[in-house]
Ligand binder design. Structure first.
Ligand SMILES: [Fe+2]
Ligand SMILES: [Fe+2]
Length: 268
């Protein structure tokens, strides 16, 4: 089966303003167009939080009206830039126990979507209510391969600012809970505006770059928080019986393709 991962769309409350040189809604529309053209067979698209940049009813309206045009089902989760109450008007069906947490089963695999938003803070959290809900889902799906989706990075990412001020505060409790089960196979996350791959306790995980701006890879402790010219991408995740495979798709300018076969044969 195939899942497409979009992250950090940071939609603004008007159609024209750019964010670090990229128009967020145009970029999201291009991503959705590219996915619906190139990966028609995808089972679903997940948008891994920071759906909007500054939360407003207008921004969610713009986000929702773009997303609802996709032929492939789209499942959003919340990030630190989001607002639960404003989001609820458009996606009331995704709420459980007051949070944007939900799950479903496809091909006997379980997909569990988490809400790590700690309103007013940049860092993420799973409070006792959300941890208890996750526990009930891990229990319910204990005989199935289970895939988690969350906004904040579940392990340190190596970018100082994100690991100190904007980290996932309840990672210890989260990993403690997971250690009681062996059904979780992979975790998909966003937030760091970079592609990252990691493995912990035999669980693999990855993030995607944003559809707007990227965070420069500066890993020393005194590094400034910088953006750069790296392009937006989405991730293509294919899940087979014993393999999980990830590709990055750079979609902003898909007209720039060049014939390769003859060029290869005639190369000097
Ligand atoms: Fe973000
Ligand atoms: Fe974020």
């Amino acid at each position: 089966m195939r899942i497409i991962h979009i992250s950090d769309t940071h939609i603004l409350g008007n159609l024209r303003t750019n964010l670090f040189g990229i128009n967020p809604i145009q970029s999201l529309k291009k991503a959705l167009k590219s996915i619906n053209k190139n990966y028609k067979d995808a089972d679903f698209i997940v948008i891994a939080g920071d759906l909007v940049d500054v939360a407003s009813p207008e921004a969610y309206e713009i986000f929702h009206s773009a997303v609802k045009k996709s032929n492939i089902p789209v499942y959003p989760i919340l990030g630190n830039h989001d607002n639960r109450e404003m989001f609820q008007k458009f996606y009331p069906e995704l709420f459980n126990e007051g949070f944007v947490q939900y799950d479903f089963v496809l091909d006997n695999r379980a997909f569990v979507f988490l809400d790590t938003l700690d309103e007013t803070k940049e860092s993420g959290i799973l409070c006792d209510v959300r941890l208890a809900w996750l526990n009930s889902k891990l229990q319910e799906h204990k005989e199935r391969d289970t895939y988690l989706f969350m906004h904040h990075h579940p392990v340190a990412c190596g970018l100082h600012r994100f690991d100190v001020d904007a980290d996932f505060k309840t990672s210890k409790e989260f990993w403690g809970l997971l250690s009681g089960y062996n059904n979780v196979k992979h975790i998909t996350f966003g937030h760091i505006h970079r592609d990252m791959f990691a493995v912990k306790d035999n669980i693999s995980m990855h993030s995607s770059k944003s559809t707007t701006f990227q965070v420069a890879l500066k890993m020393s402790e005194n590094s400034e928080y910088l953006t750069n010219q790296e392009k937006p991408v989405y991730m293509v995740m294919d899940i087979y019986k014993d393999t999980l495979r990830l590709h990055e798709h750079d979609y902003l300018d898909e007209k720039k393709y060049y014939e390769c076969e003859n060029r290869w044969k005639n190369r000097e």
